[in-house]
Ligand binder design. Structure first.
Ligand code: SF4
Ligand code: SF4
Length: 183
């Protein structure tokens, strides 16, 4: 018996006081993904990468909106969303206590306005994604005139860009098409 007490004293505490004391998690712990709709541009990269289908995105061309959604009930905390997000809009936190009293509380959604191609009128991206593209272009070129000249190219959908061959003289050609001139 004395030997047993000695062993216990030598070993020390082998258990933790959780839930009576907060539990410290190890560095790099992958807990609840925290989403920041302000940072999100609704590019959809995370929804493609998510292996558990916890992330979804639906585009409604009639309302001109795209709805992004996470359902925490399906999340497996793999961090693929964090890896692929270009704006750090979704980051895994250290939070692991995810119990809720209503299933609805396991959902987070955000709605984004779509941008339509001025040529064919088809929505193909979000206004926020286009704004970010133009901002990055402005930062990399440093020339506001160049950015403005390219704006009409970037505002068009990939199909129209390809159709009207905007790579070189496309800007001029696009203007001609827009006013009904024949090339
Ligand atoms: S952590 Fe993994 S499973 Fe959870 S939302 Fe992100 S990609 Fe999906
Ligand atoms: S990858 Fe990032 S920016 Fe793109 S939809 Fe997901 S959270 Fe939003």
């Amino acid at each position: 018996m004395l030997k047993l007490f000695k062993t216990i004293l030598k070993t020390g505490e082998a258990t933790v006081k959780y839930p009576f004391k907060p539990l410290e998690v190890c560095p790099g712990f992958r807990g609840k993904p925290v989403y920041d709709a302000e940072q999100c541009i609704a590019c959809g990269a995370c929804t493609v990468a998510c292996p558990a289908n916890a992330l979804t995105m639906e585009t409604d061309t009639t309302t001109g909106e795209r709805v992004w959604q996470i359902f925490y009930g399906r999340c497996i905390f793999c961090a693929r969303c964090e890896e692929v997000c270009p704006t750090r809009a979704i980051v895994l936190s250290e939070e692991f206590e995810l119990a809720v009293t209503q299933k609805a509380d396991l959902y987070t959604t955000a709605t984004f306005a779509l941008h339509s191609c001025p040529q064919c009128n088809q929505p193909f991206t979000t206004k926020k994604a286009l704004a970010l593209t133009m901002d990055l272009l402005a930062q990399s070129s440093g020339d506001p005139d160049t950015v403005e000249a390219l704006r009409e190219v970037y505002e068009c959908c990939p199909g129209c860009r390809q159709k009207y061959n905007l790579s070189t003289n496309g800007s001029l050609r696009m203007r001609q098409i827009a006013v009904g001139e024949k090339s």
